[in-house]
Design a protein around this ligand. Sequence first.
Ligand code: NAP
Length: 340
Amino acid sequence: MKAVGLYKYLPIHHSESLIDITIPKPKAEGRDILVKVNAISINPVDVKVRAPKDKQEETPKILGWDASGIVEEVGEDCKLFKPGDQVYYAGSITRPGTYSEYHLVDERIVGKKPETLNDAQAAALPLTAITAWEGLFERLGIDLNNTQKNKERSILIIGGAGGVGSIAIQLAKLAGLTVISTASQQESINWCKKLGSDYVINHYKPFVEQLEEINLKGVDYIFCLNNTDQHWDQIAASILPQGKICSIVETAEKQDLNVLKSKSATFVWEFMFTRAMFQTEDMQEQHQLLSALSEFIDQKRIVTTLTDVLRPINAENLKKAHGMVESGKMVGKVVIEHFE
Ligand SMILES: NC(=O)c1ccc[n+]([C@@H]2O[C@H](COP(=O)([O-])OP(=O)(O)OC[C@H]3O[C@@H](n4cnc5c(N)ncnc54)[C@H](OP(=O)(O)O)[C@@H]3O)[C@@H](O)[C@H]2O)c1
C-alpha cells in the first residue's frame, strides 16, 4: 500500500524530510480495526516528532494522528465496528501514524464519523476534539450539561484560533460559559469570534489589564493551548481564587507552582494520548466522546474546524501542510484527502 514516511529527521524543505513509499498492508487482530484512510489532518505533534535530530530509522517511520475513513476489516475481538462503517479517530502516538492507505487502530479510541460531514471536514477534528473535550470536561471538571451554573463562569482559552482552540471555543460555548479567547492576527481574531468567542484579547499583551477592560477581575478557568512558559505569570495573575487551570503544552523551563498557592488554584495537564499510551481501563471514553461530538455536529451545534484542503495525500502535499503548521500561525485545520 502507498504511504508517506521518513528515515531521517530533516528540515521540512529537505528533499528527504518526507518521502513517498510502499509498505505492506497490515492485518486487523484483537480489538484493532483496519481503516481505509480517506483524509488525514496535520497537527503540531507531527511536526514535533519529525523535528530535525541525529537519528536514523531502519524501517520507515510513519507519522500522522488524525484520519477519517471506512472500516475495511475488524479483529476477532471487535465489538464496536463492522466493515463498511465510516469512522474518524486520532490513534496512538506509540503506533505507526495515518499517512498510509490503510491503517490499524484500536476500536476503543475510534468514533462514528459525523454523517453530515465529508471525510476532509471530519478528519480535521479528532485529535483536537479529544484534547479539548478531555481538557474542559474531565481535567477542568466543567459539567457540559449544567449550562445554568456555567453561565456565571468564565474561561480564558489561550491560543483560540489554532486547531485545539477552534473546537475548545465551541465546546465551552456549548457548556454555557463566557468565553474569552486569545489571538494576535486580524484573521485569527475574526475566526475566534465566528466560532462563538464572546471576547478576544491579545496573547502578546498582559491579560489582567485586557480582562479589566471587559469588566472581569479574572477568570474561573484557563485552558492554555500554547507556550505555557510565556503565559505562566499572566495565568497566575488572571486566574480567580479557587479557579482551575489546564495546560496541554509542556514547559521548557521550570515553572513555580507556588504562584498558585495563595489563590488555592488547581493546575492540571491534559495529554490526549495518555489513555492509548497506558491502555487505561477507561480508554473507550474516547470512542464515546468522539461519537457524542458526531451527534452535536449532526445536530448543527458544532461545526468543523477545517480551513484548508490539499489533495492528494503524498510527500509533496504533506511537506506543504507541515510548513503551514510549523509557521505557528494556523487558523483552524489543514487536511489532505485521498491517495491517488
Ligand atoms: N497535550 C495534548 O494532548 C495536545 C494535543 C494537541 C495539541 N497539543 C499542543 O498544543 C499546541 C497547540 O496545538 P494546536 O493544534 O492548537 O496548534 P496550532 O493550530 O498550530 O496553533 C496555531 C495558533 O497558535 C496561536 N499562537 C501562536 N503563538 C502563540 C502564543 N505565543 N501564545 C498563544 N497563542 C499562540 C496562533 O494565533 P495567532 O496567529 O493569532 O498568534 C495560531 O492561531 C501545540 O504545541 C501542540 O503540540 C497538545
